[in-house]
Design a protein around this ligand. Sequence first.
Ligand SMILES: [Zn+2]
Length: 370
Amino acid sequence: MGVHAEPMEVVERVLQILQHGSTASTYKYAVLLALIDVCVERADAHGMPPTSVTTLQLAERVVELYWGQTRTWPDPKRSLLAQNTQRGRSIVLMVDELRAELEGRAGRSVRPSQARLLDRSGWERLVREVEWRLIEMPLPKLQRLGGELHEWLYVLAWNDTTQRPKRGEITAYQRGQASTFDNQVRLIDGVAEALTQMHALLRPFVQQQWARTVASLNDLPESQLQTFLFGSQRIALEPVRQPLTELQEGKCFYCNRPLDAETHVDHFLPWARFGEDGLANLVAADHGCNGDKSDYLPAHTLLEKWCHRNRGNRSRMAAIATKLAWPFGEDRSFGIARAAYQRLPGGSLLWSGRKRLVPFEREAVLRALA
Ligand SMILES: [Zn+2]
């Protein structure tokens, strides 16, 4: 404590937490990914991650992570994939209830980012229920290795043995009344910085471990699971395709060639790395650019264009977002962009168009993001 943790040290701690202990549930993966994601997207104007996050922010992200995973697995004999071995009402079941209800009502697939807009009170109820579960179990348990608590990543004001939070206090806190419950997850010095810097390495690794656990819990081959659990479900992006194409005057965002029937909705900041779905992070692209860009970060010329697109069309984009009940997510996207680019080592290669990679230019990127 009080010692600044170096990035490789934090990576080693995360590996130990992942490798240690029970694989009877996937909650630890969800909490770790949520921690990484919240650190990345909450970067301040200088790209600095937060020193603490709240149980509410983590709960919201955990709901988003499980959301698509509750859809019917391609095998019709299985519906909801098991994510833990305990009996009782699991987080997955809670998420599935709201997702199924909203999708039934809408008659199409609904992304988690939209659910918040479609049914605010249902969404808030779900997040509170998941938050309660995180407070009781995964958060205090995550850093318990071999029966001993190692505060390697964060410090909580409560634990799961001698200092359990009182139920009444959690209820009061969740209702916004006076409460002694402290919802801060205080990050150990250096941890948020390391998670932000190492996210491109840690995120796919945690996902792989998660897929492996789901495979073993459900007796399924791991190979297809990764895509099912963490893919972006292209079909669900369909509603924004036409409005984005119009906004870009029928041209590919990346190469300006006219778009045709095979127009894709692309995540400007790659989905696999950041999982951000707001309209601000989506562009219309042709098949060739979409495929070639893959999971690369775009180069500064494209970043400038993207910043300009979002800032210059703010009211038009806000109108599209409102009409489709789709989140705009401008702040979140810019937060992620700042964290991602400002932590990038010199010499990194960025995608600047089909078959073109260029070295990262810090000054040009900072100018674009200013
Ligand atoms: Zn193109």
